[in-house]
Design a protein around this ligand. Sequence first.
Ligand code: ADP
Ligand code: MG
Length: 246
Amino acid sequence: MRTIPSSSDVTMAHTSLLQGKRFYCRDWVFHKIHHCLQEKTGGPSGAPAGGAGKAGSWGVLLVGGPGSGKTALCAELLWPSSPQGVHRGLHPQGLAFHFCRADHADTLCAGAFVRGLVAQIRRGGLVPGYEEKVLEPAAQGALQPGECERNPAEAFKRCVLLPLLSAKPPPQALFLLVDSVDEGCQPGEGEQRSSAGSPRTIAELLASQHDFLPPWLLLICSARRQNKAITKLFTGSSSSAKMSVW
Ligand SMILES: Nc1ncnc2c1ncn2[C@@H]1O[C@H](COP(=O)(O)OP(=O)(O)O)[C@@H](O)[C@H]1O
Ligand SMILES: [Mg+2]
């Protein structure tokens, strides 16, 4: 991907897995992601190919038990290690990513999550016009330390959703990848509590904002199969456009 991940992002993604080993199989997952991205790649209006009704789900939830290879798959999608992965060429369509890690409290905080996405989207340059929008005072205000932690949903709306929605749709659909979205948010030291009604966790934040995702953006999340609450959050009847579970 054109986004240059920060060294800590890369280290976090790679410490738990692969470490020089080859990545095997899972071709069907990459094939399906490719298909979903094609479905979401739109015409000049930014509408998904084949019309709005064909947009399919707003994302996919990859579920599997602990150690089943979810994080490895996410890393392979972003930084293919195999010739097939490079040839498949999905990585340039990565808009931003986030790896939740139970042992890194920062990665579980919705405010830090939003700030990380904004930084990556700016660096990546895949959405022309995003930079100007996110530099507007209202967006910058929502991103301020403290404010972003208090109300991550507002920051997500003002700094991710609205700028993306008002930008010209990119020629190809992009994806936003969140690994281990079921890891709970544990507020770090000195962090201010979210205001009443504001989502506490990254999963709650994403589930509450899904209706506003641009039609050209595929949300890919992974979670442990055992976490029924998460599966329900992303696929429950309250979701107007459900997430496919693989
Ligand atoms: N497709 C794969 N090819 C090679 N190694 C894999 C693959 N999937 C998982 N692994 C290995 O299995 C281990 C557990 O995978 P991981 O992605 O951390 O599981 P999960 O995120 O589902 O808990 C990793 O250390 C990784 O090296
Ligand atoms: Mg994992």
